[in-house]
Design a protein around this ligand. Sequence first.
Ligand code: FE2
Ligand code: FE2
Length: 376
Amino acid sequence: MTQMRENADIIDRDEVDDLEAILSVTNTAWDEQSHAVHSDYDTMFTWDYDKGQRPKLDKLYEKAKRSQWNAQTDLPWETEVDQEALVVANAAANGGFNQGLEVAGTPLERWGDKEWIRFGVESQNWTLSQFMHGEQGALVCTAKIVESVPWIDAKYYASTQVMDEARHVEVFSKYLDEKLSGHYPINAHLRLLLDDIIADSRWDMTYLGMQIMVEGLALAAFGFMHQMTTDPLLKQLLRYVMSDESRHVAFGVLSLQEHYQQLSSAELRERQEFAFEAAVRMRDRFLQQEVWERMGVSPRIVAPLLLQVPERQTFQALLFSKIVPNCKKLGLLDAADGWLRTKFTELGCIAFEDWEDTGSEYEQLQATDGATAAAS
Ligand SMILES: [Fe+2]
Ligand SMILES: [Fe+2]
C-alpha cells in the first residue's frame, strides 16, 4: 500500500500559501563559491548500440545536431543596452511600475519613479541570474542523464543537450556581465529544488525534475520575457534558447512516457509527489524576496500585497501552462486516484491540462519543418 504523505512531509509545511514558512527559507551563503550535492546512483553501460530503436528520440538527436549555434558569434553582442531606459520602456508597455500593488500605508507609498526604476533594474538582474543558475542545474542534470539512462538513443540525445545547456549558461552569464548591472546568488527555493533533483538516485526523477518541471516552467517564462522585452539582443537570445528548450522538454516527455508505462501506481504516486514538490518550490521563488531585501523593504510586508494582485496570479498560473499538459500526457495527473490533479487544482493551474503538450507541439513543428524543407 502506498504510504500517504502529507504536505508537511513533501514541502515542509501544511499550507502551500504559508508566507512565513516560504519567507523563512533564505540563502545565507552569499559568498559561497561552490556547492556540493551528494548522490548515489548507478552509471549504466549498455551493450546494445543499435541506433534508432527509439525512432522519436533518434529524430530528436539528429535534429539537435543540425540546430547547434554559437553563443559568442551568432548573437548581436554589439547591441547597446541601457538598462534603466529598458525598465521605463517595459513598464510603459506593460501597465506601469507598481504592478497593481496596493501601496497605501506601506513603505512603498513613498516610492517615486527613481525607486521603481531601481527596483526594475534589480528585478531584472535577479531574474536573469536565476535563469543562469537554473541553466547550470540543467547542465549537470543532463550530464547525469547521459550516465544513468539505460538506452543508447537517450544517451546520444542527452549528450547534445549537455552542449546546449553549456551554451545557455554561457549566454546568460555574458548578458549579465556585459549588459546588466549585477548578479544575485541562487535563490534558496531554486537551490532546494535543484539539490533534490540531483540527490535522487532514480534516473527518471532527474528527467521529471529537470526536463518536465524546471524546463517546462523555463519555456513559459522565457516566452513571456521574449514577448515583453524591448531589447532586441535579449529577444534574439531568448528565441535561440527557447528553440533548444522545446526540444529538451520534448525529450523528457518522450522518454518518461515509455518508462512510466511499466511503473506501479505506488511508484507513480512518488513521481506525482515529486512533481508537486517541484511546482511549489518554483512558485515560492516568484516572490523575489532577495530583491525586496536589497531595496530595503521587508518581504514580509510586500509578499501579502503581491498575493492580492489578480493579474499576478493569472501570470503565475500561466507559467505552468507547459507543465500541466505534459504531466497529463505522462499519465501523472490521474494516476493514483488523481492525486496530482487535486494538487494542481489547489495551486490554481489545472485549467491548462488540455493545452498542447510539448511532445505533440514539437512533432508538429518537425512536420512543418519537413514541409517547408520539401517545398523549398
Ligand atoms: Fe537551457
Ligand atoms: Fe534545457
